[in-house]
Design a protein around this ligand. Structure first.
Ligand SMILES: *Cc1c(COP(=O)(O)O)cnc(C)c1O
Length: 355
């Protein structure tokens, strides 16, 4: 039986990406060798790197003055690279979950990391509003999509300082205004490629303003200067990312992705609202994620949770168990997840209700 893959990360990738990556691992067209066994400085790999970076610029309409980088170390390495490179004295952080908390903790190693607001009081089930930013902060850091809790900041904020965003789990899910951000970063394994790769979109003029020395590998300027080739980059994840980027372009780019993502999420949220067995953990509709949809059993039916998981499993649903810090269920509906899989989950919820 074909499985419906709702894993939060690593997570579903387009069949196009998996098939073409598999082919390239066997033999890269024109090279007569596997993509894993050619030099990263070969003309074949240089072309892969260039095309990937330029497709990111094209798909997200990245303005002049920005660079796109591929780095190792995942999103977690960016938690430290951001303050290392940008924080002279003080930085502001919005605490919307455990990834945001981890980013905040790393910033504390470099200066005064101010938590401007937190939704911890309600287990991160909402996006804080009405907070004030310290005027002297060097930047403001947000996590646009909170993968674990199913909340999302789905518009590009206007703030009077450099805006830095961890977009690990909602990059490429909607059209966006890159010019609002100083840095956008994320791990590739949610909506782009296999793990082991991070993407960074960075505005060059925010760099070079801190006094501290920065080790070469952790200095964004190194990677800008060397075109993400200062050291050997993760070649297979980059090759896979290229396939996903081509797939995104062929399938209509960011507006087409947003349209289908909105449709998929509406199907599932509507069923959660309708079905008396289930309820959303995120109450405010405006804060609900399009990518990770979190729900639990209503109090009356609490004891049926394990039964529903088993029932959904028997219907081919994989990865819908909620994160341990939220409980219940989480369906991740990334770009590559077909609408049919969401329809199948909705059907499963309806059948379980009848049972
Ligand atoms: C998964 C995730 C991370 C961690 O990514 P790594 O690549 O494992 O470091 C960070 N932030 C968010 C929002 C995530 O979803």
């Amino acid at each position: 039986m074909k499985k419906h893959n709702f894993y939060a990360g690593p997570s579903i990738l387009p069949a196009y990406t998996i098939e073409n990556t598999a082919k390239g691992i066997l033999e890269l067209e024109g090279a007569g060798l596997s993509v894993m066994e050619i030099s990263h400085r070969s003309k074949e790999f240089m072309a892969i790197m260039e095309e990937s970076l330029s497709l990111i610029k094209e798909l997200l309409d990245v303005p002049q003055g920005y660079h796109v980088l591929f780095l190792g170390g995942g999103a977690s390495m960016q938690f430290c690279m951001v303050p290392y490179n940008l924080m002279q004295k003080k930085a502001a952080y919005l605490n919307t979950g455990s990834w945001a908390s981890k980013a905040l903790k790393e910033a504390g190693f470099f200066g005064e990391a101010v938590e401007v607001a937190s939704s911890k009081d309600k287990n991160f089930s909402y996006i804080p509003k009405g907070y004030e930013l310290p005027a002297d902060a060097d930047y403001f850091h947000i996590t646009t999509n909170n993968t674990i809790y199913g909340t999302e900041i789905s518009e590009d904020l206007d703030v009077p300082m450099t805006l830095v965003a961890d977009m690990s789990s909602d990059i490429f899910s909607r059209p966006m205004d890159v010019s609002k951000y100083g840095i956008i970063y994320g791990g590739a394994q949610k909506n782009l490629a296999p793990s082991g790769l991070a993407f960074v979109i960075i505005r060059e003029d925010i760099l070079g303003k801190v006094d501290r020395p920065i080790p070469t590998m952790l200095d964004y300027r190194t990677h800008i200067e060397k075109g993400s080739m200062f050291n050997t980059p993760p070649v297979v994840p980059i090759f896979a990312a290229l396939q996903t980027l081509k797939w995104l372009k062929e399938n209509g780019g960011m507006s087409a992705m947003q349209k289908i993502n909105v449709e998929k999420a509406a199907l599932l949220y509507d069923e959660i609202n309708r079905n008396p067995l289930f309820k959303c953990t995120v109450e405010d509709e405006a804060d609900r994620s399009l990518m990770n949809i979190c729900f639990i059993m209503t109090d009356e039916y609490k004891e049926l949770e394990a039964d529903f998981l088993a029932f959904a499993g028997s219907r081919g649903m994989v990865g819908i168990k909620g994160h341990r810090s939220v409980g219940g269920f989480r369906a991740s509906t990334y770009n590559a997840l077909a609408k049919e899989s969401v329809v199948a989950l909705v059907e499963t919820m309806k059948e379980f209700e009848k049972k």
